[in-house]
Structure formats: C-alpha cells, structure tokens
Design a protein around this ligand. Structure first.
Ligand code: ADP
Length: 268
C-alpha cells in the first residue's frame, strides 16, 4: 500500500505545478498490526488472573468464610497466586517497553565472570532446590563489561526456564567462556524436554510459547526471552539457542569482555 501527499506549486498567485510525494506504508502498517496484537494479548493476559481473583474475592465476600471455612484458605492462595502473576506481568511489560524504547540506560561495570554467574545461580537456589535440580557454575577467569543487574535478569530468566523445563534430578550448567579477542559467551544448558526445530525461531518473540499451556502452567509471562533478547542486543551482543527434543537445550549469549571495547547500543 502507498500513501501520497499532493502539494500545489504557486507562482505569482498562479498554480504552476503539483508535487506529489508517494510513501510506501507497508512497514508502518506492519508495526501498527504488531502493536494492536500486543495490546490485545496483554489485555487478555491481564484479564485471566483478574477474573479469577474477582471470583475468589466474590466467594469470600458472599460469606464463604462462614459457610465453607475449610475452602477459604485455598481461595486466598489462588488470589495471592493471581496477584503475583499480575505483578510479574506488569513488571515484564514495563521492562520490555522500556528496553524497546531506549529509555533503559545501561550502567556498565567491570565484573569477574565467575562472581556474576555465581550470583545468578544463588538467586535461583531455592526454586532449583524445590524442583530438585542441581545448578553448576563453570567460568574461565576473566572480567566482563556489563550492566550487572540486567545481565542477572537475563541469566535469571534463562536459568528459571531451564529449571521449569527439566525433570527432577537433572542438572543445569551455567558456563562462561572466552570468545575471540574481546567477547565472552555465556551458556545455560539443561537436559530438559528440548524445543522442536520449527519453534526455535519463534521463542524469542513476545508471548510465544512452544505449548499454549506453558505460560500459565509454568508461571511464566511469555515475555522472558523477548526481554533477554532486548537486554543482550542493548549490550551489543547476540542470543541464540541450540536444542534437541528430549535431550535438552543450550541458550547462549555474548557480552563484551574488554573494558577498552565499548559495545554499541541497539534495540530489538
Ligand atoms: P515463559 O514466560 O513462557 O517461560 P519465555 O519467553 O521465557 O516465556 O519462554 C518462551 C517459551 O520458550 C516457553 O514458554 C517454552 O515453551 C520455551 N522455552 C524456553 N526455555 C526453554 C527451555 N529451557 N526448555 C524448553 N523450552 C523452553
């Protein structure tokens, strides 16, 4: 589709010609469509826990406390779970939006790779323990040049996915290796269910799940990997996954290793 603007050329009060500017609006229409889709998915994602929360509160307000006291604790648990989900969703939506609009300024620091990885693993310790997953860290001695909070957020998303999609008793490896002159590659490897090849290119897009039930059943928001990609790209790095169904997945991303080489910012 093409849009045009016509403008008359006036010379001494007389129209001497017309300038017509044509503009291809395919890209703009694509972006508008993506925005509409995003808003409709977000509204739907917000409505589901709200409806459930409303139902639980309605039952309690309607006298469930007197009539079925044994059920009320369960209703509170459901309500709290839905509130937590709403908070996670809203935080993820805000992060995703801020990262995309360039409003999130990175605070770079130099940090030993091992310290960063160990901190990320420590933050996931209790959920790993609950799922009976062992987290291991391997890091070559080197310093990274990163926004530590944002890279911890990325590692947190990747490690929590690795835990979610692994069977009890499995282990997850978080490793940092030197790559080239100025880069490091960080890997989060699991021995979980893996990702079918036709889904690999989709999972870094917002609200894309391999299985439609993944999001709610696993407590995710569907924005985790989309946020990871924006953070890594803003660091000037790349993110990708290698996976085999039934064997497991390895998520990789690159970051700068050398303080002298400043990464170039870009947004997804
Ligand atoms: P979610 O909040 O649903 O986890 P993500 O963006 O983090 O959203 O992940 C998108 C989807 O990619 C997940 O719902 C899941 O289907 C798939 N996925 C992500 N990580 C893994 C993994 N380690 N193993 C298998 N599937 C994964």
């Amino acid at each position: 589709p093409v849009e045009y603007v016509a403008c008359p050329l006036v010379d001494n009060g007389r129209v001497s010609g017309i300038v017509i500017a044509f503009q291809d609006i395919t890209e703009r229409q694509r972006l508008d469509r993506m925005k509409d889709e995003f808003i409709s998915t977000v509204s739907h994602e917000l409505r589901t826990p709200l409806t459930s929360l409303r139902a639980a509160l309605g039952l309690i307000a309607g006298g469930a406390l007197q009539r079925r006291p044994e059920k009320v604790q369960q209703m509170f648990d459901v309500a709290i779970g839905n509130c937590d989900r709403l908070v996670r969703l809203v935080n993820d939506i805000l992060d995703f939006e801020r990262l995309g609009s360039g409003k999130m300024q990175l605070q770079y620091v130099q940090m030993p790779a091992r310290d960063l990885l160990q901190r990320a693993v420590d933050l996931q310790h209790s959920s790993a323990q609950k799922a009976n997953i062992t987290l291991r860290v391997e890091a070559e001695p080197m310093d990274l040049w990163v926004d530590a909070d944002r890279i911890l957020q990325t590692l947190g998303n990747l490690i929590s996915n690795a835990i979610k999609f692994s069977p009890a008793g499995a282990d997850v490896l978080v490793r940092a290796s030197v790559r080239g002159k100025a880069e490091a590659v960080i890997e989060v490897r699991d021995h979980g269910r893996g990702i079918p090849p036709e889904k690999i290119s989709l999972i870094f897009e917002r609200f894309q799940q391999v299985d439609a039930s993944d999001s709610r059943a696993m407590g995710g928001t569907g924005l985790g990997l989309a946020i990871c990609r924006r953070i890594v790209r803003q660091h000037g790095g790349q993110i990708w996954v290698e996976s085999e169904v039934g064997k497991g997945s390895s998520f990789f991303f690159t970051v700068a290793r050398n303080v002298a080489v400043l990464p170039t910012a870009s947004t997804a």
